[in-house]
Design a protein around this ligand. Structure first.
Ligand code: PBG
Length: 307
């Protein structure tokens, strides 16, 4: 009877699996603060995506971890950048995998900020040009969706126009529309080596105390042509997921970020919680709050349990 009247069901179809791709061959380096998540060289990445496919996860989002970083994040938009090569390899080796490209500069800049810096400040508009170039190069490599995560003002329209001008009118934008300046990104920054070398991201990411501002951010991205709206992190912001769901008819995504994953893994390892049960409970809550799409590092591990 419980199964008959259950209101929310998780499926591997809901999941997007975030993966970190690095240089080299045969590299499968576990991220210390994210047990079960790895920096993968392209050959290992292909194997990981294949394994995820076997348990029903058909969508991945890729983050590049380049060897060489510079002030303007050149590797982000290089034709042979690590992300571009990774996208090509996955699309070539595996059929029917949806590849989402995270679009940001922080993994590629030596200062770790999401944009170009002048006098210690991130410059909004010059950064937009670089994000647009990055988006086009990702689409050229074969990305199915572009997911801009850097929270500069006007990033959706800048990327939309650049994609359209280059013949990629059909490529959708999944905007990280509501992204909070969160302590929960810590483990990700270890994985991507993208910790800001000075200051923080509060100039462009949102104050965790604000919800009306979240609606304004989402509205702007909606008007600029975003095809999907994301809220991030997920569990501490279920009220925001619900509010965005009720206000917009677009598909809504939520990102269960690295720190959310790390907390569950850590307490599970200590034997303080039942890891799998808690992970499924959080993902169910995120879906119940109104998210259609869930980005989660648990995707591969838990997909098997759901089928
Ligand atoms: C890039 C980006 C970040 C995350 C996704 N895209 C890091 C940040 O803003 O510092 C975090 C994801 C996670 O913590 O799992 N801007």
């Amino acid at each position: 009877m419980r199964a008959l009247v259950r209101e929310t069901r998780l499926s591997p179809d809901d999941f997007v699996y975030p993966l970190f791709v690095c240089e080299g061959e045969g590299v499968r380096r576990e991220i210390a603060s994210m047990p079960g998540a790895f920096n993968l060289s392209i050959d290992e990445l292909v194997k990981e995506v294949e394994a995820a496919r076997r348990v029903g996860v058909n969508s991945v989002i890729l983050f590049g971890v380049p060897d060489d970083k510079d002030a303007v994040g050149s590797e982000a938009y290089a034709e042979d950048g690590i992300t571009q090569r990774a996208i090509r390899a996955v699309k070539r080796e595996l059929k029917d995998v949806l590849v989402i490209a995270d679009n940001c500069l922080c993994e590629y800049t030596d200062h770790g900020h999401c944009g170009v810096i002048e006098d210690g400040e991130v410059l909004n508009d010059p950064t937009l040009d670089l994000l647009a170039r990055t988006a086009v190069s990702q689409a050229q490599a074969g990305a199915d969706i572009i997911a801009p995560s850097n929270m500069m003002d006007g990033f959706v329209i800048a990327i939309r126009e650049a994609l359209d001008e280059s013949g990629f009118e059909h490529i959708p934008i999944m905007s990280y529309a509501v992204k909070y300046a969160s302590g929960f990104y810590g483990p990700f920054r270890e994985a991507a080596g993208s910790t800001p070398q000075f200051g923080d991201r509060r100039g462009y990411q949102m104050d965790p105390a604000n919800s009306r501002e979240a609606m304004r951010e989402a509205e702007l991205d909606y008007e600029q042509g975003a095809d999907m709206l994301m809220v991030k992190p997920a569990l501490p912001y279920l009220d925001i997921i619900r509010a965005v769901r009720e206000r917009f008819d677009l598909p809504i995504a939520a990102y269960q970020v690295s720190g959310e994953y790390a907390m569950i893994k850590a307490a599970g390892r200590l034997g303080w919680i039942d890891e799998e049960r808690v992970a499924l409970e959080t993902l169910t809550s995120i879906k119940r709050a109104g998210s259609d799409i869930i980005l989660t590092y648990f995707a591969r591990e838990l997909a098997q349990r759901l089928t």
